[in-house]
Write a protein that binds this ligand. Structure first.
Ligand SMILES: NC(=O)c1ccc[n+]([C@@H]2O[C@H](COP(=O)([O-])OP(=O)(O)OC[C@H]3O[C@@H](n4cnc5c(N)ncnc54)[C@H](OP(=O)(O)O)[C@@H]3O)[C@@H](O)[C@H]2O)c1
Length: 322
């Protein structure tokens, strides 16, 4: 089958580690099912994998990709939940110490076929296309959990989204707006700020710019480049939800500010299968839809990776396998 994979990682030149070519179709262990993929989407996670972050040499070669939508063995339209939990785990999927995302331990979705545990197959509502559904399992599910499960806020609250153009960030803008939040964003790019406003953000600021008021929560995936601004932007008792550190993982923690203002710092990773189903329901109920920057055939995956590495995207890259 055609697949985008990595055989040798490169910490310094991740694009050079990408291979797009023929790979053996994966075998389905007992209790796993095969999904013929129609569309998959890229995440920053795939770039981290090419760098070798979370992907040690002994697991290579690895087909990349967490997100995909297609048809199951009975021909039903489905998407895949990307969090694979340990056998017998019954708690919150994201808190299983043995959990992995597709493409970390098991072959991923940037391919014509993927095999996943039966519980990781989720019916696709007819209102959503395969391309739209393929955007949801990582970036959109992460955004859903950050905002609705972890932030401690409610509709009417003001939230700040750092790095407006990202896959997670555009999801936060759309979901926040659909759910009745006041949504503020930052971006390094004026064009992306304008696009974020068109998408539904109430206000857009340059990265690091002083805000006109304090916010109830900050959605942080950028890391070092925005962390100080995130803490400065919170009202006393506010919450910063952290799900990523694209620009670096080690900013000054500013502990005096955290304890003196009673700030909450909450980590968040992916979401549960139940949250993914609720996300689907929310999209169907509100008409909100994922933001797709571009669709490419899988054979041209390298173009999508290059745009993501250059920070040029506004929304998701969808790769089509048929
Ligand atoms: N914990 C989880 O479960 C989880 C799930 C999904 C993603 N993540 C992480 O979250 C991060 C975002 O993922 P994604 O897929 O949304 O990535 P993406 O689409 O590539 O977005 C990254 C965004 O970060 C901003 N950015 C990057 N470098 C920056 C810098 N130096 N200064 C300011 N802003 C910068 C950019 O915003 P502007 O260009 O608009 O400024 C860019 O749009 C990644 O680190 C990823 O690994 C974690």
């Amino acid at each position: 089958m055609l697949a985008a994979s990595v055989t040798q990682t490169s910490p310094t030149d991740p694009l050079s580690a990408l291979e797009v070519g023929e790979r053996p179709a994966p075998q389905a262990p007992d209790g796993w099912v095969r999904v013929r993929l129609e569309a998959a989407s890229l995440n920053h996670h795939d770039l981290w994998s090419l760098r070798g972050v979370g992907l040690p040499d002994e697991r290579l070669p690895m087909v990349l990709g967490c997100d995909g939508a297609g048809t199951d063995e009975d021909g039903r339209d489905v998407l895949v939940h990307a969090v694979v939990t340990s056998p017998g785990w019954t708690g919150d999927d994201t808190l299983d110490p043995g959990r992995s995302l597709l493409s970390e331990r098991y072959q991923g979705t940037l391919a014509e076929e993927v095999v996943v545990p039966a519980r990781n197959v989720v019916p696709r509502p007819p209102e959503l296309s395969a391309a739209e559904a393929a955007c949801l399992p990582t970036a959109w599910l992460t955004a859903y959990r950050m905002l609705f499960t972890q932030s401690g806020t409610a509709p009417g609250s003001t939230v700040l989204v750092q790095g407006a153009g990202g896959g997670v960030a555009t999801a936060l803008v759309v979901l926040g707006r659909a759910a009745g939040y006041r949504v503020w964003v930052t971006s390094r790019s004026e064009e992306k700020r304008e696009r974020a406003l068109a998408l539904g953000a109430h206000a857009a600021f340059a990265t690091g710019e002083r805000l006109p008021g304090r916010v109830d929560a900050v959605m942080e995936t950028v890391g070092e480049a925005t962390w100080a601004h995130s803490l400065r932007s919170l009202r006393p008792g506010g919450t910063v939800v952290v799900a990523g550190a694209t620009s670096g993982p080690a900013p000054s923690a500013e502990l005096q500010r955290v304890f003196f203002l009673g700030l909450r710092v909450v980590g968040s990773t992916m979401g549960t299968r139940e949250e993914l189903v609720r996300l689907l329901d929310l999209l169907v109920a509100t008409g909100a839809r994922p933001v797709v920057d571009r669709e490419l055939p899988l054979a041209r995956a390298a173009e999508g990776f290059a745009a993501m590495a250059a920070g040029e995207l506004f929304g998701k890259v969808v790769l089509r396998t048929r």
